[in-house]
Design a protein around this ligand. Structure first.
Ligand SMILES: [Zn+2]
Length: 115
């Protein structure tokens, strides 16, 4: 198991996701590792059409943020498993996950049989 190799891949994806999360959300100051959509300024728009755009944007951002955050959480838990040395084991049958699968998705939690 090339632990350092996968750790680097996971760290790289974590950094990338944090950058992406930073474009649609901000870290929740009250909850560590939680993100909230960036609140947009309402009430400053000139007309209703602009306001509708703002609402659409906010809903889009929330959806994108939810996806990114879900992925971010799987990366974090994969890093935790690396620390606990349970990384690379299928969570269903506890067999080792083949490296090719981890190469494709370093955050994979199941073997090819249980994916
Ligand atoms: Zn399995």
């Amino acid at each position: 198991m090339k632990r350092e190799h996968f750790r680097k891949k996971l760290e790289a994806e974590k950094v990338r996701l944090e950058a992406e999360l930073g474009t649609v959300g901000r870290k929740n100051p009250r909850v560590p590792d939680d993100w909230e959509p960036i609140p947009s300024e309402t009430g400053t728009e000139a007309d209703l059409a602009d306001q509708a755009d703002v609402v659409m944007n906010r809903e889009n951002n929330a959806a994108i943020l939810a996806d990114l955050e879900a992925r971010y959480d799987t990366i974090i838990s994969a890093l935790v498993r690396l620390e606990k040395k349970t990384y690379g084991k299928c969570e269903v049958c506890n067999k080792g996950i083949v490296e090719a699968r981890l190469e494709a998705d370093p955050a994979a939690t199941t073997c090819t049989e249980h994916m």
